[in-house]
Design a protein around this ligand. Structure first.
Ligand code: FES
Ligand SMILES: [Fe+2]
Length: 375
C-alpha cells in the first residue's frame, strides 16, 4: 500500500497524507500470543537507542539496561570502546550486575558462586576451576550484544541478522545526522508506566489530530498541527510540523530541520521529536500485553547564537516542563483506554488518511509477523 507514484503526480492532500484509510482489529492490542510474537519477531530484530553515551562516559563506567525481558550490561572499556553483554552468569544463570557506576577493579563477581567477569563480559576467573570440564570454560563469556555508538546514543541490537545500524535507520539516520547530535547533552529524563499495549502508546504519538483536543492548552498554540507533512519510509516514518511564529519566519526552501518540528519514528518503538536546537526522545518498552514503560529524555544542543548560558538553561527547563505537561495529557488518555479495552463496544480502530503513519506502522508489524494486511 506504500505510495510509489512520484510526488509530482500527487495532489497536495495525497502528499500530506500518503496512505488511504484503514481498519485495525482490536485483538492486535490484546492478544497475548501476538504480544509474545511481537517481542521475538520485532523487538529481537531491531536497533534501539538505550542510553545516552554520556551514561558511560569514563573508562570502567557501566550501566544495566533492563527492558523487553532482557538484561544487558553496557560498559566503557579502557580503550574507549563500548561493550554490551547479557547480564547472566554462564555457570547457573544468576544475575551478575545491578544499577550503574564505575567498576573500580574492572571485575564483576557473580553473587552466587563467584565466577568473575571482565568489563567485556569474558570470564576472568572461576572458583574450583579444576572441578569443571575445562573445555566448557575455554573462552567462556557472557554472550555479547551488538552495539554501536551513534548520535550521542548507545544502540543495541539483539540479532545478527539485522543490517548495520545506519542501513537499518536509512533516511531517518540521514535526517538525524543533520542535527549534530554528538554535540548535544542529555539534560533531563523520566519514565512513566502506562496501562496500555505498547502499540497504543506508539500510535498515540504519531498523529497530530489529537493536538487541538488532548493538548488544547499546551501544544495546540505551538505547533500548526493541521499542516503536518507525513513521510512513510518503511519500516520507519516521520513528519514535518510547522512551529507557530517560527517556521513562517524561517527561510523558504531552507532545511526543514532548521525551520520545523521534525518528528521521527525509529521502528518499532522510539521517537525523536527534533526542534532545531533541542529534542525530546522517548521509547515505548513493552512490559506485558497491557503495560508499557515509557522512557523519555530532553537532549539539548549548544546555546543558539548569542544566547547566554543561563538563559539557555532556563529555556531548557521550560521546554522540559512543557514536555512533561504534554506527556501527562497523553498519559491520561492512554491510561483511560485501559478502562474500556475490554468493552464489547470496542471492536476495531479506524485510521484516517491523516493517520497514515499508524497505518504504515501496523502494516510493518503485520508484515514482520507474517500476517499480511492488518485486520
Ligand atoms: S551462577 Fe554465577 S557463579 Fe554460579
Ligand atoms: Fe499527544
Amino acid at each position: 500500500m506504500t505510495q510509489t507514484r512520484p510526488d509530482t503526480e500527487l495532489t497536495t492532500a495525497e502528499q500530506q497524507y500518503p496512505l488511504p484509510p484503514s481498519l485495525l482489529g482490536k485483538s492486535v492490542y490484546t492478544d497475548p500470543d501476538r504480544y509474545r510474537r511481537e517481542l521475538t519477531e520485532i523487538f529481537h530484530h531491531a536497533w534501539f537507542p538505550v542510553h545516552p553515551s554520556s551514561d558511560v562516559a569514563r573508562p570502567r563506567d557501566y550501566v544495566v539496561w533492563d527492558q523487553i525481558g532482557q538484561s544487558i550490561v553496557i560498559t566503557r572499556l579502557p580503550d574507549g570502546a563500548v561493550s554490551a553483554w547479557h547480564n547472566v552468569c554462564q555457570h547457573r544463570g544468576a544475575r551478575l550486575v545491578n544499577g550503574s557506576g564505575n567498576c573500580g577493579n574492572a571485575r564483576f563477581t557473580c553473587p552466587w558462586h563467584g565466577f568473575v567477569y571482565g568489563l567485556d563480559g569474558v570470564v576472568a576467573s572461576v572458583p574450583l576451576r579444576g572441578s569443571f570440564d575445562a573445555a566448557e570454560l575455554d573462552g567462556l563469556r557472557a554472550p555479547a550484544v551488538r552495539n554501536q555508538e551513534w548520535g550521542g546514543w548507545i544502540w543495541l541490537c539483539l540479532s545478527d541478522d539485522v543490517p548495520p545500524l545506519l542501513d537499518y535507520l536509512g533516511v531517518i539516520g540521514e535526517e538525524l545526522s543533520g542535527y549534530g547530535l554528538e554535540g548535544f547533552t542529555t539534560k533531563f529524563r523520566t519514565s512513566v508506566r502506562l496501562t496500555a499495549n505498547w502499540k497504543i502508546v506508539v500510535d498515540g504519538f504519531n498523529e497530530t489530530w489529537h493536538v487541538p483536543f488532548t493538548h488544547k492548552d499546551t501544544l495546540a498554540g505551538l505547533v500548526m498541527w493541521r499542516d503536518a507533512i507525513l513521510k512513510i519510509t518503511p519500516p520507519h516514518s516521520w513528519m514535518t510540523l510547522p512551529i507557530r511564529g517560527f517556521t513562517d519566519k524561517a527561510l523558504r526552501d531552507g532545511d526543514h530541520r532548521a525551520s520545523h518540528l521534525c518528528h521521527y519514528l525509529v521502528f518499532p518503538n522510539t521517537i525523536f521529536s527534533c526542534f532545531p536546537t533541542h529534542l525530546q526522545m522517548w521509547s515505548a518498552w513493552p512490559i506485558s500485553p497491557g503495560e508499557t514503560l515509557l522512557t523519555a529524555y530532553e537532549v539539548v544542543g549548544p546555546p543558539p547564537d548569542g544566547m547566554p548560558a543561563d538563559k539557555w538553561e532556563r529555556h531548557n527547563r521550560r521546554d522540559w516542563d512543557q514536555f512533561l505537561e504534554v506527556l501527562g495529557e497523553d498519559a491520561e488518555v492512554i491510561n483511560g483506554l485501559a478502562t474500556v479495552i475490554g468493552s464489547l463496544g470496542f471492536r476495531r480502530n479506524m485510521f484516517s488518511t491523516a493517520e497514515s503513519r499508524l497505518t504504515a506502522f501496523h502494516e510493518e508489524i503485520a508484515k514482520r509477523l507474517g500476517e499480511g494486511a492488518p485486520r
